[in-house]
Write a protein that binds this ligand. Structure first.
Ligand SMILES: Cc1cc2nc3c(=O)[nH]c(=O)nc-3n(C[C@H](O)[C@H](O)[C@H](O)COP(=O)(O)OP(=O)(O)OC[C@H]3O[C@@H](n4cnc5c(N)ncnc54)[C@H](O)[C@@H]3O)c2cc1C
Length: 213
């Protein structure tokens, strides 16, 4: 198991249905898109979480949802300011160098992109999927992007594409050929989107993925 060090929680707010934003004071440097391991007790293996704050902020923020049958997240959800958790060093290569790219995310998979966005990085397009609008965490902030597509499988409205993110992509006649595609979310979402992009002519090396398993 990786070495862990203790930190005290500053905040742990429910920001959506079963979704929480956990905060603690930053004591390390990292790159937007990186992850850390978190656990509540040293005998529970740390689970991995994307950092969703920017590297120059005082507090590290972590967006997580409760897995009812999971071990760690039901415990995390019960923690309050002043409680102790244990974290690993930041790690991971899902970072963005600012080249022309689309960002594609569902669920908590939006977290690394929010860190990039808060750091001043921008995609040509962000495609964000969820069941209903409130599942699109940080959508109000992302509205500042010039091309932000909100896909909701069970919601509709003026600014919403009513359908899954894969339906939105499937409906596009062509995709920009010389850009990168960054994907983050569940294994199912990443595999489905990757297959769709390849079917539409994107090359494998243009697709950069972070899978939450
Ligand atoms: C690179 C990466 C980044 C991630 N970033 C985030 C993030 O930013 N936010 C976020 O919310 N999550 C993120 N995750 C997911 C996170 O690491 C945890 O998996 C998640 O929070 C669930 O943890 P848990 O301890 O509650 O559930 P766990 O106890 O780990 O269980 C998870 C699921 O697996 C099932 N399961 C457990 N053990 C078994 C078994 N032996 N056989 C079959 N099924 C089993 C459980 O029933 C449950 O449904 C990320 C994962 C990766 C790999």
């Amino acid at each position: 198991m990786q070495p862990v060090s203790p930190v005290l929680i500053s905040d742990n707010q429910e920001i959506g249905n079963q979704a929480f934003l956990l905060k603690f004071k930053r004591t390390f440097t990292f790159k937007p898109g990186q992850i850390i391991g978190i656990t509540t007790q040293k005998d529970i293996a740390p689970r991995l979480y994307s950092i969703c704050s920017s590297p120059d902020e005082t507090y590290i923020s972590i967006l997580y949802t409760i897995k009812d049958d999971g071990i760690l997240t039901p415990q995390l959800a019960g923690l309050k300011e002043g409680d102790r958790i244990h974290i690993t060093h930041p790690q991971g290569k899902f970072t963005f160098s600012g080249e022309p790219a689309w960002w594609i995310a569902t669920g908590t998979g939006i977290a690394p992109f929010y860190s990039m966005f808060r750091s001043g990085q921008k995609p040509l397009k962000l495609i964000h999927g969820g069941r209903i609008l409130t599942d699109l965490y940080f959508h109000q902030q992302f509205n500042a992007l010039p091309d932000y597509i909100k896909c909701c499988s069970q919601d509709s409205g003026e600014s919403i594409f009513a359908g899954r993110l894969t339906s939105y992509l499937d409906g596009l006649d062509t995709l920009p050929p010389n850009i990168n595609y960054y994907l983050c979310g569940s294994a199912e979402m990443v595999v489905d989107v990757r297959n769709l992009l390849i079917k539409k002519g994107v090359e494998y090396h243009q697709i950069i993925t972070e899978i939450y398993f």
